[in-house]
Structures are given as structure tokens and as C-alpha cells.
Design a binder for this molecule. Structure first.
Ligand code: IMP
Ligand code: MG
Length: 183
């Protein structure tokens, strides 16, 4: 049910995102300062812009890996079933791991991914999420660092899509539908 009758209203500017990413990277660098092996794990596809900016502000040696989990189809409703579509290439046992997520919504995706990764015995496992929609939370999960807490709006841009579109917007915007959603 991909709808084309919508407009996008800016919610967080590119400038505000850049400032927040820099601050997050500073906290992350301080937290893992004693680490010589930080593995930054991006959850595909929504985190690809965020992780690219974030790792360039982190002042520690990092390794970058990706994991793809599915929770959304092309609709705006989350499904509880989480499948791993692409696993990590590297080992994380005994290593310091930072999971980078675009949005924590119901929390099912992150909960599933953290359970999977924790079972592999990382030394430390932390999460940095760009956005958090706490009002929608159903699974018990919290990011260590959050960029912005936002209300229950469907957002796009800065890597985040609606039906695979709008990932290339430099800002984060909320989707405004032209007419009320059908039943
Ligand atoms: P959760 O399992 O409900 O927490 O879903 C998290 C995932 O759903 C995020 O990583 C996004 O890919 C997607 N998602 C949640 N909210 C939005 C949104 O407002 N716009 C686009 N994707 C979203
Ligand atoms: Mg995602």
C-alpha cells in the first residue's frame, strides 16, 4: 500500500542533525576510549547515512559491519516478525560493539537484534539510535545514546524511507498524507 499522495514537512534540519551527530560521536568516543577494537554495526538500510556521518566523527579506530533485519514492508505499520536478511561478516565475540539504528519505534527490531548479538558474547554491546519514538514502544529496549526523541509521526530522510523513497533527503521530515488513511 504505497501511497504517492503526500507531502514532506521538515522536522529536523541537516544542520541540527550534524550538530547532534558530532555530540553523539564525542560521547561514544569517550565511552569506548579504552577500546582498541570498536565494531560499528549499521542496521540496513535506514542507518546508512547516519553511520557514514557518525563514524567520521568517532575518534577511535573502528571497523564497520552491517546487518539487515526486516520489520517493515512497504507500509507504515510495523510487524512483530523480525527476520535476519543479511548477517554480519565479522566475528564479535570479545569485542566492543556499537549497534547503529535509524529509529527505535515499537522496539521489536532492536530487541531481536540485541538478543542475537548478545548470544555471540561481545565484550560490550551498546546502541546509538538517531531517532526514538517512545510512545510506540512495545518491546523492552533502550538505546544507550539517542539523537532525537520524536512524537508518533512517520518520518523520512537522512537514510530513512517511505516505500523505499526519500532516503536521500538531507534533513528529516514528517510525511503528511493528502487525505485520511482508509480504514
Ligand atoms: P520497530 O521494530 O518497530 O522498532 O521498527 C524499527 C524500524 O522500523 C526502523 O529501523 C525503521 O526502519 C522502521 N521505522 C519505524 N518508524 C519509521 C518511520 O517513521 N519512518 C520510516 N521507517 C520507520
Ligand atoms: Mg530499520
Amino acid at each position: 500500500m504505497a501511497r504517492s499522495d503526500y507531502t514532506i514537512e521538515q522536522m529536523i534540519s541537516a544542520k541540527a542533525i550534524a550538530a547532534r551527530v558530532e555530540a553523539l560521536a564525542r560521547e561514544i568516543s569517550a565511552h569506548f576510549a579504552d577500546s582498541d577494537k570498536l565494531v560499528v554495526v549499521g542496521l540496513l538500510r535506514g542507518s546508512f547515512v547516519f553511520i557514514a556521518d557518525l563514524v567520521r566523527e568517532i575518534t577511535l579506530p573502528v571497523e564497520v559491519d552491517f546487518l539487515e533485519a526486516s520489520s517493515y514492508g512497504d507500509a507504515t505499520e510495523s510487524s512483530r516478525e523480525v527476520r535476519i536478511l543479511k548477517d554480519l561478516r565479522g566475528e564479535i565475540a570479545g569485542r566492543d560493539v556499537l549497534v547503529v539504528e535509524d529509529i527505535v519505534d515499537t522496539g521489536f527490531t532492536l530487541h531481536h537484534v540485541l538478543t542475537l548479538l548478545r548470544a555471540r558474547g561481545p565484550r560490550r554491546l551498546e546502541v546509538c539510535a538517531l531517532l526514538d519514538k517512545p510512545s510506540r514502544r512495545e518491546a523492552e529496549v533502550r538505546a544507550t545514546w539517542t539523537g532525537f526523541v520524536i512524537p508518533d509521526e512517520f518520518v523520512v530522510g537522512y537514510g530513512i524511507d517511505f516505500a523505499q523513497r526519500n532516503r536521500n533527503l538531507p534533513f528529516i521530515g514528517k510525511v503528511r498524507f493528502a487525505d485520511p488513511a482508509p480504514g
